[in-house]
Design a protein around this ligand. Structure first.
Ligand SMILES: *Cc1c(COP(=O)(O)O)cnc(C)c1O
Length: 498
């Protein structure tokens, strides 16, 4: 039986099943759930997945971690999550983008919101719904999300029409783009609600946190048959599905004869909260022949500095960049890497220092263990724009701003080290999600406006607008409520009719 404990639980006192970890989200001591042992990828297991479709690969890999779920349940859930209708053409295609440097783009954005969060958020709600049943929970889970744009839409799409769950998303009325606002306002599904807040993202986030900490509200919700839950990216149910596509990419390289079984390849990940790259680390620890993991950052390069010096220091300016999903100063999932390289005692101490002083320095042996696998690079705004431009000009490959950061960092790593093993670069968003910036990078001219940029980019580059963004302007607006942040809780009650 696979057991999970908190990254800060030095005595492993509170172990639980995967269903409990998924239902609970965050451990009660503030740490993150991690598996006590890692499953091993055997040659036979990998071979058995070689000819399988993405959903079957996902179910069999998830079964290694979620062994309190039956294989039938996981096959059913993965088939529904990664169906052709949601991921036309397949869930995680691997596209060769540069022959000379052996660079591949692992496109994780073919899902219903055109960004990589779909890879986890299409399956996680189904796992949560089962976790409620498995743990004997008869209340309805109420998911509250404060969003600056992308996560809210991906969560709405993931949780829509899922059993025993309702979701409500709050966003700052002037803090998201026009496309993002339209995406959320036109959301379909019988168990969803969307509400704009007068204020900024912090006001929305603080409002949600207040509701989570409000005992009176918890009691009232409980009486009405609801239990609060979050769609947070530190939930194990969001992390485990991300391991799948690294194994899938390896299988695809083998089947196309671009790699021999057991031969190593490198992976470069545009990193924010450190979830995606940590999933790659777990795949490596399970025996997948990954050589180096390149952690790519934008000018918020706190992780580059950490990997170079061993000091994590959040006392620094925050930059707004054109890769906003990586504009982050606290990478929560880094705590899981610390657990695996330093153990829970040191992890608890580092996290305490981060809380009190805003920084910590890892011991030399911990740094050495991290150095063995990780390398950190960053791309400036100018380099990001140039990368989009040259990749399109030279290779005919159109990429978004986050992917460009990673492509730039992958090249820096290769030039720096001379290591030209096949390089898999995570492509985390469709270029159309950031059509304005991508259009400007490709043409050198600004687009006329955000919605028009979609069409202009399409005709300029002869590529197609992905289905989630096409026809957006014509969809029916279902949600147009705007409230003050102080009225969020009453809006929740109103939605639930209590
Ligand atoms: C969330 C996100 C990232 C960062 O992923 P982490 O798992 O938080 O490191 C990168 N790119 C895009 C487009 C994202 O939405």
């Amino acid at each position: 039986m696979m057991r999970y404990c908190s990254t800060r639980d030095t005595e492993q006192k509170n172990v639980c099943t995967s269903a409990q970890a998924i239902k609970q989200g965050l451990a009660s001591d503030g740490g993150l759930f991690v598996p006590l042992e890692l499953p091993v990828l055997t040659e036979e297991f990998l071979q058995s997945l070689a000819g399988a479709s993405y959903d079957v690969r996902a179910a069999k890999i998830l079964k290694l971690f979620l062994d309190d779920y039956t294989e039938k349940e996981l096959l059913e859930d993965c088939a529904a999550a990664y169906r052709e209708q949601s991921f036309p053409g397949g869930a995680a295609p691997l596209v060769k983008v540069d022959d000379f440097s052996h660079t591949y783009s692992l496109e994780l954005w073919h899902g219903p919101t055109a960004a990589f969060k779909d890879m986890a958020l299409q399956i996680m709600p189904r796992l949560l719904s089962r976790a409620l049943q498995k743990t004997g929970e008869d209340r309805t889970a109420l998911i509250l999300v404060a969003t600056s744009g992308d996560t809210g839409k991906a969560a709405l799409e993931g949780y829509r029409d899922i059993n025993q769950i309702k979701i409500m998303v709050f966003y700052p009325v002037d803090g998201v783009s026009r496309v993002q606002k339209l995406q959320m306002a036109t959301q379909e599904g019988d168990n969803v609600n969307v509400c704009a807040i007068r204020g900024n993202f912090d006001d929305a986030q603080t409002g949600v946190k207040c509701i989570f900490g409000d005992e009176e509200a918890a009691e009232k919700l409980k009486q009405a048959g609801y239990v609060l839950s979050s769609a947070n990216s530190i939930n194990w149910g969001r992390l485990a599905p991300q391991i799948v596509y690294y194994i899938s990419a390896y299988l695809d390289l083998i089947s196309r004869n671009e790699l021999r079984p057991g031969e190593t390849f490198n992976v470069c990940v545009p990193t924010g909260n450190f979830g995606n790259i940590f999933a790659a680390y777990l795949a490596k620890r399970m025996g997948l022949p990954i050589g180096k993991l390149i952690c790519a950052s934008n000018s918020n390069n706190i992780l580059t500095d950490f990997l170079q010096t061993g000091t994590y220091d959040r006392n620094r300016p925050f930059h707004l960049t054109m890769s906003p999903s990586m504009d982050i100063l606290i990478s929560s999932n880094l705590e899981r890497l610390l657990y695996f390289t330093a153990g829970s005692e040191k992890t608890a101490a580092y996290m305490k220092q981060l809380n009190t002083e805003g920084k910590y320095t890892v011991d030399a042996d911990v740094k050495a263990a991290i150095d063995e696998t990780f390398a950190g690079y960053f791309a400036t705004e100018k380099q990001t724009e140039q990368t989009i431009h040259t990749y399109f000009e030279r290779h005919g490959y159109l990429c978004d701003t986050h992917t460009a950061v990673a492509l730039c960092c992958a090249a820096q790593y290769q030039n720096h080290t001379g290591d030209f093993a096949p390089m898999v670069v995570d492509s985390t968003a469709s270029p159309y999600k950031f059509a304005n910036d991508v259009y400007r990078a490709v043409t050198g001219e600004p687009a006329s406006d955000e919605l028009a940029a979609l069409k202009e980019l399409s005709s300029k580059t002869d590529t197609e607008i992905p289905y989630p963004l096409a026809g957006l302007a014509k969809r029916k607006v279902r949600f147009d409520t705007v409230i003050d942040a102080k009225d969020m809780l009453s809006e929740v009650y109103k939605y639930l009719g209590i």
